[in-house]
Design a protein around this ligand. Sequence first.
Ligand code: CTP
Length: 447
Amino acid sequence: MRKVITYGTYDLLHYGHIRLLQRAKALGDYLIVGVTADSFDQARGKLNVEQSLMERIEGVRATGIADEIIVEEYEGQKIDDIRRLGVDVFTVGSDWRGKFDYLKEYCEVVYLDRTKGVSSTELRSESHSLRLGLVGESSILNKVERESHFVNGMQISGVCAANSTRLTKSLKQMAMPMERLDELAEGSDALYIISKPRFHYQHVRLALSKGCHVMCESPIAIRPAELQELRALAQQKGCLLVDGLKTAFSMAYFRLVLLAKSGIIGQIVSVDSTCTSMADFETMDDGDVKSLWNSINAWGPTGLLPIFQLLGTDYSRKLIATRLLDGVPDFDTFTKISFFYPHAVASMKVGQGVKSEGELIVSGTKGYIYVPAPWWKTDYFEIRYENPADNRRYFYQLDGEGIRFELVSFMKAIQTGQPMNYVDEAMSAAIVSVISDFYERKDTILL
Ligand code: CTP
């Protein structure tokens, strides 16, 4: 019996897949189809597969062409499958020509012509599209634009910026002045807002009033009352309003939170996060440090993320210690906030122009979690115990610094109408409340 094997994602099964399977089967007597596991697709950067593994397997099974279906879970598995299952022929479509020649050592390798004019990518783009407008001056918008190309159906509809010097050439060409924000909102389904935090409220309100969904770089506002008003408006308009906080979407960080909550280090006693960067304060415009956010806005939401996710937002007390830039009243170059909970403590250190080790440490009664600098864009962390032999290391591929997955999740949430639970509303409000207290100098000591 001649055994043939082929692999694929088989998302939204289409005619091209069926033709491939038929021709693969015709190469022998018995066809094994390897369907990619969700985690395998994620690890290779294919984040927007629409159907679950079970649905995709069911799709392949329903064709009646496969004699056996297996799951492809890791890189390098093909060699093992071929040897273990006694495969004679490996085949895939011609889009992979040459890529699997290394398998010739183990079996015959056949590339079949790909069927023209159909692909899962196109089907996903056709079934839904999203016009995303960009708002702000930050160079992060360049990354958002780059990552949007990986999200099927997402198109950048334009950019509004008060100043476009930090944007790439292609974004500069689209850039419109901020006065035309209503025009951008009218031509968009959603806006990604990363203007200066003191303008967030105004920009988000305009976007929502035009019926746009909004992802706004955290903090969404700098006053709790403003946030409440925006949430009410979002609800009234049936729009999503979510925090842009890319660390929350990094797979390693997300898994770390789940592991910590499941008790892997015992009870959590302390969370300590540090985020700093160096800064150039030379030029000023209208009382602001040019192009720079102060520490509490630039880093605060990221630093607060693990504290509020692991210990909750219901702290009993906090103390803010802050160092301001000479002559610029609200520009903190460094802020440390200590939080006190009934059974735990936490500290957050953020700096723009003050440097420290950007690590995250979560201390527990059985062990601790250590995330090396820069923890906010990590693909790696360790769980450490008294006995180093028990230590465990975790690695998860991070694509596009978390922005890719952030955009995919935003688009999915818009399509399904399901809220995203990466940064929930209680956390979003707690972030705004801490930042507001900083401006009000509540619980604050000036250094
Ligand atoms: N295939 C094909 N003809 C097409 C599409 C896919 O022959 N028009 C083949 C691929 O070459 C592969 C198998 O079908 O051998 C499974 O492909 P998969 O990657 O799941 O499908 P695509 O439509 O290419 O998916 P995507 O657009 O997400 O890359």
